[in-house]
Design a protein around this ligand. Structure first.
Ligand code: UDX
Ligand code: UDX
Length: 429
């Protein structure tokens, strides 16, 4: 099938590569000419394991271009994968989606299946349908499908091949789209969950909200564990064996970040409020997440009361390992708080760079050695595999102080204490 993907971000590029691998001809459009130029020269502008290889292997079936009209006219199905960031009030900003609808309305002259993959608030796809009609697109020329993604950055390619579900939201009387969606995903084993347009939008939000709830739950439990001298890892293991709970997303630490959880929880909260529903659990989940950094700072200050002029080495800048993405990264938020306390920051990450506004006030170390050299304290903020297996004896020799803050509960406290470190984690007995 000829498919057009609008947006060459994490989701758009992964979708492009996987659909090409499944045998489709894919035109991937992005308004950013620089990004498209890089992609044409076989350079993938984001770090996502396996993605560059998959794009390269399928280059005969992939076209990158900036001309959306060309892509739309040539394709049977159009996938919307532009970003939906949060505006200043925390509400979803649909500017990019609306601008894509504008482009679509000017380019539809024969039947197209329009598939929204971008995460959008409940009711958006219904609105898109009305907007297209208002802008003069003939109703018989399109159907709209809500098909949210559940990809994790860092394992997006794997996730798309091994998804647990394909959610398909359709209009009640739409008989054309389902067979088309089956053809698009032919070759993937994930079962189809067919629902209404708004149902699909809400499944996406509920999925992310539930996962974020698990994280805030275990972080709250870690606070209780601290008070009772119990190891949170044992609690996670203990409850994770119950299949009704499941073992994943029970890792206590600095909390969740990234381009999805923080914005999707806020968006779902506002969607509820706009219909006069107070989403108390969502409020609490966000509150626990926001205050998690303060908890670590308090713990650090209990052993180092005056943070002014202390050199702090922060290992990890990205919002999680295996990605260069720093959107809503807890590591970056922590660095900003430490700067406001007067610390001297030296951050190291194997891939990610400090955002511009932080770079003015903190040092981006080019090597781990530079970061830890003469540091008073080391904070592990993102659990990159390399950081977990450091030569801690050597680290101790390089540092001036002996405090280790384990922001992801991924190190072995006893081993570190034996080397002379003061270890700080959450809920670790
Ligand atoms: C995706 C989803 O679309 C978002 O809704 C979801 O919640 C998270 O994942 P992501 O792929 O991370 O977003 O977005 P981003 O990396 O910001 O990429 C979006 C791309 O769309 C950018 O390259 C941008 O240049 C492009 N774009 C944006 C267009 O091509 N046209 C536009 O009009 C707007
Ligand atoms: C998430 C969803 O998992 C994915 O299905 C959705 O489509 C997009 O949002 P992503 O944001 O890429 O994916 O990463 P994820 O692995 O879910 O982690 C999100 C954040 O939660 C990270 O900051 C991570 O460090 C944190 N996290 C995760 C924890 O703090 N504890 C855990 O147990 C798991």
């Amino acid at each position: 099938m000829n498919i057009c993907v609008l947006g060459a971000g994490y989701v758009g590029l992964t979708t492009t590569a996987v659909l090409a691998e499944l045998g489709h001809d894919v035109i991937c459009i992005d308004k950013d000419p620089d990004k498209i130029n890089q992609l044409r020269q076989n350079h993938v502008p984001i770090y996502e394991p396996g993605l560059a290889e998959l794009i390269k292997n399928n280059s005969n079936r992939i076209t990158f271009c900036t001309d959306s009209q060309k892509g739309i006219i040539k394709s049977d199905a159009i996938i919307i994968a532009v970003g939906t960031p949060t505006d200043q009030d925390g509400k979803p900003d649909l500017t990019y989606v609306l601008s894509v609808i504008e482009e679509l309305s000017a380019s539809i002259f024969s039947y197209k299946t329009i598939i929204t993959k971008s995460t959008v608030p409940p009711g958006t796809n219904e609105m898109i349908e009305q907007l297209l009609i208002k802008k003069g697109v003939k109703r018989e020329y399109f159907d709209i499908v809500s098909n949210p993604e559940f990809l994790r950055e860092g394992s997006a390619v794997y996730d798309m091949f091994h998804s647990d579900k394909t959610v398909i939201g359709l209009k009640k009387h739409d008989l054309r789209s389902l067979p088309i969606m089956r053809e698009i995903y032919n070759g993937l084993e994930a079962p189809f969950i067919v629902t209404s347009l708004t149902g699909a939008e809400l499944i996406k939000y509920a999925n992310n909200a539930f996962l974020a709830t698990k994280i805030s739950f275990i972080n709250e439990m870690s606070r209780i564990c601290d008070a009772y001298g119990v190891d949170i890892e044992e609690i996670s293991k203990g409850i994770g064996t119950d299949p009704r709970i499941g073992s994943q997303f029970l890792q206590a630490g600095l909390g969740y970040g990234g381009s999805c959880f923080p914005k999707d929880l806020q968006a779902l909260y506002y969607a509820a409020v706009s219909k006069n529903v107070t989403a108390q659990i969502l409020q609490a989940v966000q509150k626990v997440n926001e205050t998690q950094i303060d908890l670590y700072l308090k713990k650090l200050q209990s052993v180092m009361p005056d943070l002014r002029d202390k050199k702090i080495a922060v290992l990890g800048i990205s919002f999680k390992p295996n990605t260069d993405d720093t959107r809503y990264s807890r590591a970056v938020a922590l660095i900003e708080k430490l700067i406001s306390q007067g610390c001297r920051l030296s951050a190291f990450d194997p891939i990610a760079r400090l955002p511009e506004h932080v770079l003015e006030k903190a040092n981006q170390a080019e090597t781990l050695e530079e970061s830890i050299d003469q540091a008073d304290c080391l904070i592990l903020a993102t659990e990159w595999e390399d950081f977990i297996h450091l030569d801690w004896k050597h680290v101790k020799e390089k540092m001036k102080g002996n405090i280790i803050v384990d922001g992801r509960n991924c190190l072995e406290p006893e081993k570190l204490k034996a080397l002379g470190f003061q270890y700080i984690g959450v809920g670790r007995g």
